[in-house]
Design a protein around this ligand. Structure first.
Ligand code: GAL
Length: 409
């Protein structure tokens, strides 16, 4: 009998899923073997290995959570060993849970494609997948940051995939640069024009590296206007579903200098043609949005790649702003505040059954051996209207029972 990997080597049917499973097996984390069944988990242990129902470390980085019919689905980047594991060798992995502590492996929800010509062929960069359920179409819609293989982070695209079931399989629909040919809400009529020669010369002075272009100040709306025809850059991203059913795509744009908030069509499959630029020149990434008592909140990081930096928090009365800085939400040691407990935001999840209380989900990246990346989940509480994160060695959802939310004060 041949193993799945043998089947592929022998050149018989090698569909994407089989390839993904083969790589997945080959990519068992260096720090763990399968272990016998253990009692169910009843606490979160931030920064520690988090086993799934098979005893294998959960492999869903840069993740997002969908709650559907009482079940939580955790989608994230399936990482493999080594630095190559920072690129997508397998795809998006899904897990399901009823209690948020114990996660069942649902397998690869979106597999990288075996076809080298595919935009999502193995070796592309596929990051921060987020999924929404669309009640109008009955489809599960996944968005993610996509970089075409071997092009670094230059393409700055968003990929879209759909599925009939929450754990997939998701079908890749294609990628886009959002809002091609659409002016953002915040540009005045006289700013809605292509760059003139003087502005082009000005922009040519910049060497954008994904971080602040010191010593030059961020060039206002020039990058947005430069990209008007081809569509806006979209790197780190998240999705947000508002109370009124309107979905939004929030992404690091304009060479990472500005976040853009973009409405999605009713089917969630593409931009609706209305967007706004927020925190202009702030160089924010890893956006995670949540809402309570009618106010919008946003957590982000700065732009230091895989190295953690200080978390930032913002709030706004409306999703297009104005957004106000609420400072660093971390309340720990100086070091913990500087590096967000050694992590970078992935998403913020409403604590089940606890209005106005949330769970902060973040990644402790291990870029030299990507598969060793860990998760930091912490309760997010409000103190005098400010979101606050404190370190906990271990904690359970019971913490929310003893905290009174005072968000929106
Ligand atoms: C981080 C980003 C990650 C990944 C990484 C690559 O800043 O949040 O998702 O893109 O950079 O260096």
């Amino acid at each position: 009998m041949h193993s799945l990997c043998d089947v592929i080597r022998l050149g018989t049917a090698a569909p994407a899923l089989a390839l993904a499973l083969c790589l997945w097996g080959a990519a068992t984390p260096s720090f763990a073997q399968e272990s016998p069944a253990k009692p169910p988990l009843s606490v979160f242990r931030p920064g520690e290995i988090w086993p799934d129902n098979h005893g294998r470390p959960i492999n869903a980085h840069g993740g997002g959570i969908l709650r559907h019919q009482g079940v939580f689905y955790w989608y994230g980047e399936h990482k493999t060993a080594g630095e190559a594991g920072n690129t997508a060798q397998v795809g998006v992995h899904a897990y399901s849970s009823k209690d948020l502590y114990n996660w069942e492996d649902e397998g690869v929800a979106l597999a990288v494609a075996p076809d080298p010509a595919s935009e999502i062929t193995a070796g592309c960069i596929l990051e921060r997948p987020k999924v929404l359920f669309n009640p109008r179409t009955g489809k599960f819609v996944m968005w993610f940051h996509l970089e075409i293989k071997s092009k670094g982070y230059d393409c700055a695209r968003s990929g879209v995939a759909v599925a009939d079931r929450p754990a997939g399989p998701f079908r890749y629909l294609g990628s886009l640069r959002p809002n091609a040919g659409v002016w953002p809400d915040d540009l005045s009529p006289d700013q809605r024009r292509s760059l003139n020669d003087r502005e082009k010369t000005e922009l040519a002075k910049y060497n954008f590296t994904g971080g602040p272009a010191d010593p030059l100040p961020f060039p206002g709306n020039l990058v947005c206007r430069r990209d008007f025809a081809q569509g806006q850059m979209a790197r780190d991203m998240t999705l947000f579903l508002d109370d009124d059913g309107q979905a939004y795509h929030i992404y690091a744009s304009e060479e990472n200098g500005t976040l853009q908030v973009s409405q999605l069509e009713a089917d969630y499959l593409k931009p609706r043609g209305r967007y706004c630029r927020i925190l202009i020149g702030g160089f924010n990434e890893a956006p995670a949005m949540f809402k309570t008592e009618g106010k919008y909140y946003l957590l982000t990081s700065g732009t230091t790649g895989w190295q953690p930096n200080a978390c930032r928090s913002f709030s706004a009365p409306a999703i297009f702003g104005p957004w106000t800085s609420l400072g660093n939400p971390c309340r720990g040691t100086e070091e913990q505040n500087k590096n967000t407990f050694e992590s970078q935001p992935a998403c913020v999840l409403p604590a089940p059954g606890r209005d106005g209380q949330f769970i902060f989900m973040a990644d402790r990246w291990r870029s030299h051996n990507a598969i060793d990346g860990l998760y930091v989940w912490l309760p997010l509480r409000f103190d005098n209207g400010l979101p606050v994160l404190e370190w906990k060695q271990s904690w359970s959802l019971d913490v929310f029972n003893t905290r009174v939310a005072d968000a929106g004060k």
